[in-house]
Design a protein around this ligand. Structure first.
Ligand SMILES: C[S@@+](CC[C@H](N)C(=O)[O-])C[C@H]1O[C@@H](n2cnc3c(N)ncnc32)[C@H](O)[C@@H]1O
Length: 176
């Protein structure tokens, strides 16, 4: 869905840089005239993301911030077309450093204000671990109460898995 929304020249945010796959995806899509702001609290994630970007010569399109995404509005100056959250912990990293529902919701509130009409926030939730289950318990009701005149909200999940599977939430700001 993000592929359909992002046009060359727009601004985008990766709220959880991790190993940099989503940041690279966004940097490729926004093109040379666009820009991406990419947040992560861990030095390891910022380094991994920088290296992945540099390898593809995309690093100049991205501002990397070793900051919590709860400070989104302090660091993103313009309105943006896409904001991505891939929640949880760094794959292959320290599982104790994980996103948490209170700071995630604080960030999503700011993301809603930064979003351009027609723009989307995508959130991947991982309820298979404790903090991820808490995030799901808080974030789904938060999204459900968003004003339907302002936002369309989609929630999808795999239904043929035993373990709590990842879930996707897409919030789109309505154009009118
Ligand atoms: C599942 S990983 C993200 C994967 C990433 N999008 C990718 O493409 O590789 C989740 C990341 O969120 C980061 N994180 C945890 N709390 C955070 C916070 N408050 N603000 C920003 N990032 C946070 C973790 O350090 C971890 O690297």
């Amino acid at each position: 869905m993000a592929s359909l929304i992002i046009k060359e020249g727009v601004q985008a945010v990766d709220a959880t840089a991790g190993n940099g796959y989503d940041t690279v995806f966004l940097a490729e899509k926004v093109g040379p005239e666009g820009h991406v702001y990419s947040f992560d609290v861990q030095q390891e994630a910022i380094d991994n993301t920088y290296n992945r970007l540099k390898h593809k010569n995309l690093h100049k399109r991205v501002t990397l911030l070793q900051k919590s995404h709860e400070y989104l509005k302090q660091h993103v100056p313009d309105r943006v077309a896409v904001i991505m959250y891939n929640l949880g912990y760094l794959p292959g990293g320290d599982r104790r450093i994980t996103t948490k529902y209170d700071t995630t919701i604080k960030s999503i509130k700011q993301a809603l204000a930064l979003l351009l009409p027609g723009g989307i926030i995508s959130i991947v939730l991982y309820p298979g671990h404790r903090e991820g289950a808490e995030e799901k318990e808080r974030i789904i009701p938060f999204c459900r109460q968003l004003d339907p005149n302002c936002y369309d909200v989609l929630n999808s999940r795999l239904v043929n898995k035993d373990q709590p599977p990842p879930e996707l939430v897409i919030i789109q700001k309505r154009t009118r």
